[in-house]
Design a protein around this ligand. Structure first.
Ligand code: ADP
Length: 248
């Protein structure tokens, strides 16, 4: 493995009973890039993601992060090493304010309990830090609003803020634009570009125009295998990729 590869897999494989959803995938994600995993429905993208973040154990193969074999590490240990999957929206506390949600994520990072009973003055430094993250994701105007009242796109921005609270070196984003209107897509795209400035991002994304404008490197999966790799201009011209999408 070379220095500039932050995450790699070798022969990554996942069987579900007799069905192989991911077959011998070799992935190399370069440090500091935005890397997309794309492919038609059923290609194995979600399974791959679940293997990388240890939501699922692989049947075969290895996963190396920063030179360390993490194939058998637990999810919490992987997050501690700096590889963090963005939270699902369900992990946001809907009745709590945007700021409090981010503060709780900061407290988690420090290993604190939720400590709602602490005095305002004790919480002030954490609240200030939470507000900085809220501002960084463009939610300052909504800091005191219960998370449930945010628009869908802004909930995803909150999700990114709670992930940033863990100070990840590498973020895994599972379809960050799913279900969004154009305005929210543009907002989240700008946010991902901003947070990628000092970290690596690996994302699964269906919106190919977003992938084209945002991602440095693309791995195309089909039927559990790597079909093509390269920048968007390269993979989008590959006849096998076109066929896989049309045939899906
Ligand atoms: P994608 O995210 O690219 O749409 P998935 O990783 O969700 O693809 O699924 C790849 C294949 O694996 C699909 O055929 C799917 O039905 C199958 N699959 C995914 N999860 C399971 C599971 N838990 N049990 C059995 N088959 C599964």
């Amino acid at each position: 493995m070379t220095e500039d590869v932050i995450l790699s897999t070798s022969g990554l494989t996942k069987d579900f009973g007799g069905f192989t959803a991911v077959k011998g995938v070799d992935l190399k994600v370069k440090r500091g890039t935005i890397h997309a995993l794309i492919g038609p429905n059923g290609a194995g993208k979600t399974t791959c993601f679940n293997l990388l973040t240890k939501f699922l154990p692989p049947t075969k193969g290895t996963i190396v992060y920063n030179g360390r074999d993490i194939t058998r590490e637990k999810p919490a240990e992987i997050a501690r090493l700096g590889l963090v999957r963005s939270f699902q929206i369900s992990a946001v506390f809907p009745q709590l304010s945007v700021k409090t949600n981010v503060r709780i994520a900061l407290q988690r990072k420090r290993g604190d309990s939720f400590d709602f009973w602490r005095s305002e003055s004790e919480l002030k430094p954490l609240d200030d830090e939470a507000l900085r993250l809220v501002e960084a994701v463009g939610l300052s105007a909504f800091a005191e609003l219960p998370a449930v009242e945010l628009s869908y796109g802004r909930k995803r921005a909150l999700e990114i803020a709670t992930t940033l609270a863990l100070d990840p070196e590498m973020m895994l984003l599972d379809e960050p634009m799913a279900g969004m209107g154009r305005e929210d897509v543009e907002r989240i795209e700008a946010l991902i570009r901003k947070v990628s400035q000092n970290r690596t991002i690996l994302m699964v994304e269906h919106n190919l125009s977003v992938v084209a404008s945002l991602c440095d490197h693309i791995t195309v999966l089909a039927r559990g295998q790597v079909l093509a790799e390269g920048d968007y201009a390269h993979v989008s011209k590959d006849p096998r990729v076109i066929e896989a999408y049309i045939g899906s």
